[in-house]
Every structure is written in structure tokens, then in C-alpha cells.
Design a protein around this ligand. Sequence first.
Ligand code: G3H
Ligand code: 13P
Ligand code: NA
Ligand code: ZN
Length: 343
Amino acid sequence: PIIPLRPLLEATDKYQFAQGAFNVNAVSQIKAAIEVHEMLRSPVILQGADLANGFMGGRTDFLNSTIEDKRIGAKNIGAAVHKYGAYSPVPIVLHLDHGKDFDSVKAAIDGGYTSVMIDGSSLPFDENVELTREVVKYAHERGVTVEGELGVLAGVEDHVFSDASTYTNPMKAIEFFRKTEADCLAISYGTMHGAVKGKNVKLRKEIVIAIKECLRHEKIFGVLVSHGSSTVPKYIVDQINALGGEITNADGISVNEIKQAIACGIGKINVDTDLRLAVTRNLREYFYHHPDKKNSPSVGKIYELLEEKKSAFDPRVFLTPIMDTVMKGIETDDDIRTLGESI
Ligand code: G3H
Ligand code: 13P
Ligand code: NA
Ligand code: ZN
């Protein structure tokens, strides 16, 4: 079944575990993620980022997605999740990741998302509170869960680069939860988005402990979300580079740090980069194993892009030539079908 995020958040809080949340950018990924979670008998959080909605709405230059693209894309993603998930034996949440503004949130909810993030972290505190509060009111009336964000992660966030993190102030986090009534909150405590997180990153877990302790004391419900949590497996980066890629300085958060953060009170863990890397590896492997496909009229263009953009690992960069087919699950020819299966 498709459910809101809230009951899952309550379970993580009660039993002190964390639930992974995985970003998807293609129908084949939605299907695969549900199948894997069914094998594990685990609930699943699928996330479509704001620009994933734009891309799935048919926008090849997805950085320029309009609200109309996002509306169409949210409906496409929502339809795919409902198609593969409605009768699944595991509970499935469809969550908007890094919702940019109120319109993005509305587009997601109209498309069938059961949970939304409103990322007002670049706004002054009071404006962030105001925007998040409005989203909470709108979403909760519709049974939809809300995630906010406080603090700025170092590295690339929302396609804007920041040199240093501004860690989340625990007292502000309590105030944020009290004033907005958000269900969960993305915090900045040492993680960052992307594949270049630095060597041996140590997370500021005392921030997590402080917020959770205060929330308990004040009897306020609130789950803490760890963004930028990809582990960036070295073997996948090595595979990409052995197949012609040029991904340098790649480092993730160690599994050990993540486990400790969960023990300190993190309840939701966002992963996108690891999946992007895996899809990039799979695309490169596909052409390695099927050299004849390099000249395929339908998928050959993907090979050209892999050759041209050696340091890229966002699948959307490679999949644009066939997005109408692989993205939306339309199987028009055999090359596209076999490539789609390898994603
Ligand atoms: O944290 C967020 C996602 O990794 C960003 O994804 O490129 O679709 O905005 P995006
Ligand atoms: P990564 O870039 O570490 O996968 O983080 C993803 C994320 O935070 C999505 O919101
Ligand atoms: Na942000
Ligand atoms: Zn994030």
C-alpha cells in the first residue's frame, strides 16, 4: 500500500531505528526499489526531488524545469509508484525531496505524493518558519507529511555551492518544530550532498543528541533527517573509472558514522548519489557488454554522452536522448528495453 510518511516516522522514533529514503529519476528505478524492499520485507521511502519531477515531466534541460513540467512529472512519478506499489505487501511512501516553493509542493501532492519536503533553509529563520508553517497546514489537511530544513549543508545544495556548513542550532530546531508543527527536519551536522564529501568525515552527532533530548523534554514529536548520507562505495567509483569514467576525489560518509548517527537519534537517511553512481556504472557496463549497441539508432546517443561527459554521474544527463521511453516505461524497441532493464 501507499502510505504517508508520518506513521513510519513514529515507528522509527518509538523503536529507535532509521529508514532509508532513496531518490529516483526513472520508472525502472521505482520498480527496482520496490522489488528490493519487498525482498527485504522493509517499508520503502521513494523520493522524487523537485527537479526529478521537472525531468519526468519531459524537461531534458531539467535545471530549467518550470512548474508546469513539475506538475506533469509529479503525475508521471505518482502514477508509476501507484502502478507498482498499490498492491505491494510493503508500505510505500512517495516523498518530495527538497521542494523549492509552495507551488512545487502542490504539484507533488496533486500527483499523488504522500509526503513533502519544503526546503526553506536558504531563507532567514522567520521566513523559513512562515513558509514551512503554511505548507504544514496545507499538507496536513490532506493527510500528507512534511519535512523542513534548518541549517546549510556544505557542498552542493539545491544546485548552489556553499564552502562551509552552517550547522543546525539545536535551540532553533526546537523552536522550528514548535512553530511549524513539521513532522521531521533535515539538519546540518556534517554531511553534504554529492560524491565529494571529504576523507573520514566525522559527524557532529552531539547536535542530534541535543535536539532529540530537548524534544523529549518538551514533549514535541520530531524526527531528524540525515541528508547527504551516501557512502559513495569505492568499488562502484572504481568500476565507473575502469569503464572510461573520470570520477575524482570521491568520498562518502562511512557506514560506521551513519550507524552511530542512528544510535544518536537520526530517523531518516537520504541517499541519492549512491544510486546515481550505480546507474552510471550500469550504463557503462551495458555498452561494455554490448559493443554493437554503440551504433544503435535508439540508444547509441547515450554511449556518445558517456564518452563525452566522463565525470558526470547524474543519469538524467545520459538518459535525455531516450527519456520519453525509458523514463516513462514505454518500451518501443529491443535496445531500449534491454538498456532500461540494466538501469
Ligand atoms: O539532495 C538532493 C538531491 O540529490 C538533488 O537532486 O538534482 O534532482 O535536485 P536534484
Ligand atoms: P547524497 O548526495 O549523499 O546521496 O544525498 C542525497 C540527499 O540528501 C537527497 O535529499
Ligand atoms: Na537546502
Ligand atoms: Zn538532500
